[in-house]
Design a protein around this ligand. Structure first.
Ligand code: FAD
Length: 278
């Protein structure tokens, strides 16, 4: 196993002052792992977006590289232009460019309908100012017409100017390897960094996985269900399974690991330490 595998860590913007304080303390611990960057998710709605900006700028002021996520659905070119300008002025160098999802009840998709259009717009507006990451789906995006169509949509994002990709989380190693090989066969050679979701609660994980189309393999689901409310056993099993997945990914040449920290330091730190990366 190489100790050179870079890691990155994702946060969501806290909605309360207490959440912001907790995140500061989690971030201080996670910074010890020397991640390449901390990314911050971006949601629909004004106040949520303000919290993304606040979190991004705070991370940057602490001296870490901050990578804001930016989604285009429901937005306008002029609004996105303003956000890009704000990030450019602040010296941000990396953006995770996404389509996003329309909040329920909202029907207007906005001016940019898919992430490849956002990537093209960022390049048109800002040239090479930003390293652009896009999303990839080894188990395919839930709305994709077909696996083939999803792969081609991914290719379009890269052709529009994305430098690298971060995947939706998955627990099936073969799905990642197959997706990576399919991209290579299409001539798409950007780094595809696996997204890693530590397991801390079965009910939360099951909810997320249903929503985003990430499969919890049957054997894992059965084991996790069998632990009931025994959170210690859930955590111990989760650490074992996810660390093993990361080991296999590194052995298979994954270019990095991106951790969905859920704003908690413990699980990510433990996995990274077990891997000997931190
Ligand atoms: P796209 O790449 O545009 O794809 C969306 C769907 O449209 C796919 O099914 C694709 O096959 C299809 N498609 C693409 N082009 C076309 C076309 N021309 N015609 C027909 N179909 C097409 N969401 C947030 O709201 N905020 C975040 O911060 C956030 N961060 C994320 C980070 C990562 C690493 C990942 C993996 C996901 C994240 N998401 C986030 C979720 C993401 O926004 C959703 O999965 C969303 O539904 C799709 O976004 P995308 O950028 O992958 O879209």
């Amino acid at each position: 196993m190489t100790k050179n595998t870079p890691i990155s860590i994702e946060f969501f913007p806290p909605q309360t002052n207490e959440g912001a304080e907790k995140l500061r303390s989690a971030r201080a611990k996670l910074a010890e792992l020397q991640p390449e960057f901390f990314s911050v998710t971006f949601g629909a709605g004004g106040s949520t977006q303000d919290r993304t900006f606040e979190t991004v700028f705070e991370i940057q002021q602490e001296g870490h590289e901050a990578a804001p996520h930016l989604s285009c659905i429901g937005s306008t070119r002029s609004n996105i232009r303003l956000i890009l300008e704000r990030y450019r002025k602040a010296g941000i160098h990396r953006i995770v460019a996404l389509r996003g999802d329309l909040p329920s009840g909202v029907v207007d998709p906005g001016e940019l309908r898919y992430a490849n259009e956002l990537v093209a717009f960022i390049r048109e507006e800002t040239g090479d100012q930003f390293h652009i990451e896009v999303a990839a789906y080894p188990e395919y995006h839930p709305q994709a017409r077909s696996p083939e169509a999803d792969l081609l949509a991914f290719q379009r994002k890269v052709e529009a100017g994305a430098n690298s990709a971060i995947t939706q989380y998955f627990y099936n190693l073969d799905a990642y390897l197959h997706f990576r090989d399919a991209c290579a066969a299409l001539g798409v050679h950007v780094p595809i960094v696996p997204g890693i979701m530590p397991i801390v609660s079965f009910s939360k994980l099951a909810r997320f996985s249903d929503a985003c189309g990430a499969e919890i393999p049957r054997w894992m689901r059965r084991k996790l269900e069998s632990f009931g409310d025994d959170t210690d056993s859930i955590r111990a099993f989760g650490l074992e399974v996810v660390t093993r997945l990361c080991e296999q990914l590194i052995a298979a040449g994954a270019p990095g690991l991106h951790f969905y920290s859920m704003n908690q330091a413990g699980p990510t730190t433990e996995i990274v330490r077990r891997l000997g990366l931190g």
